[in-house]
Design a protein around this ligand. Sequence first.
Ligand code: GLP
Length: 259
Amino acid sequence: MEVLVLPTPADVARRAAEVVIDGLGAARRPEPVLGLATGSSPLGLYAELAAAVRAGRLDLTRARGFALDEYVGLPVGHPQSYREVLLREVCGPLGLAPERLHVPDGSGRDEDELVAGAAAYDRLIADAGGVDVQILGIGANGHLGFNEPGSALSSRTRVKRLSDRTRHDNARFFAGIDDVPTHCVTQGLGTVLDARRLVLVASGPGKSEAVAAALEGPLSASCPASVLQWHADATAVLDETAAARLRNRDYYDASAAGL
Ligand code: GLP
């Protein structure tokens, strides 16, 4: 695991973009696969990737994008559905064709349909050759995707209930808490771990506790983001405030300085 601590969120975005571009290049695949996170954390990173596309340093026209998660029950086209968010923030700016964006299906009419859709999503990822680089944010409670505390470390894409904490955290995107869906379809932690490279971005003091638990606490379902410790090619890119509670900071900085 590599931990890179940078002064500001803008530095985090720039550095994380380099790690993503490097990972896509290293995959050497004609149709590379990028794993996409939502939330505010990766927005700066997406803007940097868009700048790289404009500068001709990155070409995603033959890439595929796979979202981590989706709400259950939002009407098709709802501006806060993760499909719509990713169409806005990623497809247009990064030149990823909408038909090459895949998002878990939260529109199933009953549990059977949702469960079948979730299983189909894992097959779709496998058919695309797996995710080359997975971009990740972290919830204030340590959630990854929508894998809430208690999620099985080997879980696959499935339907889950959202925690009250997450619903309150995400209420800012809706008219009010009552409009926030209660359930989601999320890639499982096992699904996330299958990606060849993981790149987690976090900024701000509100994430410092979750970041410390994820990177330096026990590998535990109580902190789903701690699965980063299990992955052979995981990089956490943090700003100073998100890194504030890390104990091994000196070691991370020395390692980042190189040989
Ligand atoms: C949502 C997403 C997560 C994301 C988290 C953090 O719950 N499902 O993938 O990491 O929010 O959001 P933010 O980056 O806005 O703090």
